[in-house]
Every structure is written in C-alpha cells, then in structure tokens.
Design a protein around this ligand. Structure first.
Ligand SMILES: Cc1ncc(COP(=O)(O)O)c(C=O)c1O
Length: 335
C-alpha cells in the first residue's frame, strides 16, 4: 500500500529548495561578505533596493533580526513604535525590540490587521519632554500574518504616510510577505516602498528560499544596520550561496504566488470560511476545539497548526501542489 506524503500547511517557511534553486546555490560566486566582497550578496542587495525604490538593502539571516534593526533605526531607546496588536513585531519576536533596543510599543486592535487611522491619531504622542513616551515610528505589516494574510490597501498606507509625515513620525513596513500583497493586489513593489522609511522583506516564506531577509532603506540606515548586524552576531561570510537562492526565488517564484492564493481559497471553502476573507496564502479558522482539529487532520495526512487556543492556521506555499490542496480540502471538509 502506498503511503501518501502529508500535506503540510503549518507554514510557508517549511518549503525545501527545489533542484534548480540548489543548482543556483551550488554555482554561486562568493566572497567574504563581512569584507563586502561577496558579489552575489551585492547583486541581491542592489536588486531588492531598486525593486522598492530605496537607496540600499542589507541581507539578513532572518526577518526577526531585520525587523529589530529596522525598528531600532527609527526609534531610540525609551521612545515608542505604534503597531497593530497582533503584528509579528509585537507578538512573535519574543520582546526583542524591548530586550535589545529599549523600544516600547503601544498597539491598536484590528481583526484584519488593518490601519485604523483614527485610533493611530489618538495614540500618537508628540515629544512632551519629561512627561510622556514619544512616538517615533509606526509599524505596519503587509500582508498581515496573524490576521490571515490580509493585505493593507495602498490607499490606507498612503493616508498613514501623509499623517506620519505631517507629525514627523517615520514608518516601518514589515513586508515579510509583501510579494503576496504585490501579486494579489497588482500593486507595484515600488509603491509599497514609497510609503515606508524602512522595510523588512523575506525570501524564506512564500518565495521558497531556505534562509534570508533584507532590510531596505536609505544608505545611512543600511550602513548603520550593517554595524548592528555584526554586533548582534549576524555578520555572514561566503553567504552568496544563500543570496543565490534569493535571486533565484525572485526570478522564478513571485508570479506563482497566485497559485498559492487560489489554493488558500479552496481550503477556506472546505473549512466553511468565506473565501472573500482570504486575500493571499493564509486561512484562519476559528475552532473552539482547535487542538483536536489539528490532531484529527494530522491523522488523515494534513498538517495544520494552532496560533491561539481557538485559532487554526493553514498556509499554502511552493511545496503544496493543486493536487495536495484538493486532497487537504477534502479531508478538512469532513472535519
Ligand atoms: C510578518 C512576519 N514578519 C517577520 C517574521 C520573522 O521572520 P523570521 O522567522 O525569518 O525571523 C515572520 C515570520 O513568520 C512574519 O510572519
């Protein structure tokens, strides 16, 4: 009897490099990147900076480190960043922004991770000397992971930009999945770049690279972040091997994200979630029995994850084919 491979929908970080990506990695030209001598890293950084219309970019080991250094480039110790309450920087970076950078956070709540500009306005705190924490930055996440891969419309990003510029506050964009937003909304990447002072983008999620994120911003920001990256132990040597995977992913794995989005809508329907709520590759299912749902799905060859006591998350990605998505949908529909 043949045993079918489980369909793994726990995360889009689970992808394994394809043969073609491995070949690109194996033949990458490399040098010591701490010396600034890795030509493949330099090509990746230059390409990503241009894609977003910024001056420079810096290759990072993880999205978390990239977010930490991006936020610290905008917010001094003792100042605050405002963000949505379930933002990755607030919920899933283990307090790094406080632990390493002395940054405090205040949050607004939106079930779809959107920008509530009225609330942001009311949260904003100008410099009030020795009395209140000063708001130095606002961070937004596009797409928003824990809000089910929801996109932030360009219009609301532009309104936020206008408000932030007016009050002298800067904007960080956590674009771990900006590629999904770009493909789903058809918004040029450079338009997203234009609303942010600094961004973090990941190659290791939907794009299917094994490792890697980039901090994107001004030349000065990147020069300083390079020092901090080394200080935090993130100076990498012949890392062109990994940058080559990123370059390959940018060439071959962006447009295909539309398939992941279609697969996510298929899974949503099977789970009784309105597909109109699925903007990209993540489906959030509310289940009071989340843990037993996960177990029952696993018993039938479909791996899903809980991201809260009553929340199940399904994520489609490069290693989930149409056939896998259909198989998973038929299993989940019975649960
Ligand atoms: C929105 C978002 N930002 C940042 C990160 C952090 O990326 P990493 O796991 O590479 O640290 C993630 C990880 O899933 C994420 O979903």
């Amino acid at each position: 009897m043949s045993v079918e491979r489980p369909v793994d929908l726990r995360s889009d970080t689970l992808t394994r490099p394809t043969e073609a990506m491995r070949a690109a990695m194996a033949s990458a030209e490399v040098g010591d990147d701490v010396y600034g001598e890795d030509p493949t890293v330099a090509r990746l950084e230059e390409r990503v900076a241009v894609m977003f219309g910024h001056e420079a970019a810096l290759f990072m080991p993880t999205g978390s480190m990239s977010n930490v250094l991006a936020v610290r480039s905008l917010v001094a110790p003792g100042q605050e960043v405002l963000c949505e309450a379930s933002a990755h920087i607030a919920r899933a970076e283990l307090g790094a922004h406080g632990a390493y950078s002395g940054v405090t956070m205040r949050t607004w709540i939106h079930p779809r991770g959107q920008i509530d500009l009225d609330v942001v306005r009311s949260l904003y705190a100008p410099d009030m000397g020795p009395f209140f924490v000063r708001t130095a930055a606002i961070s937004v996440e596009n797409t928003h992971n824990f809000a089910g891969g929801a996109m932030l419309p360009l219009e609301s990003l532009r309104e936020l930009r206008e408000f932030a510029t007016g009050v002298g506050v800067r904007i960080h964009l956590d674009g771990a999945r900006i590629w999904n937003a770009h493909v789903a909304a058809g918004t040029p990447l450079v338009e997203y770049g234009a609303v942010a002072d600094v961004m973090s983008v990941c190659l290791s999620k939907g794009l299917g690279a094994p490792v890697g994120s980039l901090l994107v911003g001004s030349r000065d920001t990147v020069t300083e972040a390079r020092v901090w990256r080394k200080r935090m132990g993130g100076g990498m040597r012949q890392v062109g091997i990994l940058a080559a995977a990123g370059l390959y992913a940018l060439d071959h794995h962006v447009d295909r994200l539309a398939d992941d989005h279609a697969h996510a809508r298929l899974l949503a329907e099977a789970c009784g979630v309105d597909p109109a709520l699925v903007d990209t590759n993540i489906v959030v299912v509310q289940r009071s029995d989340a843990a037993s749902f996960v177990e029952a799905a696993a018993a039938q060859g479909v791996r899903v994850a809980t991201v809260g006591p009553t929340v199940v998350r399904l994520v489609t990605h490069l290693d989930v084919t149409r056939g896998d998505a259909e198989r998973a949908a038929s299993v989940l529909a019975t649960l």
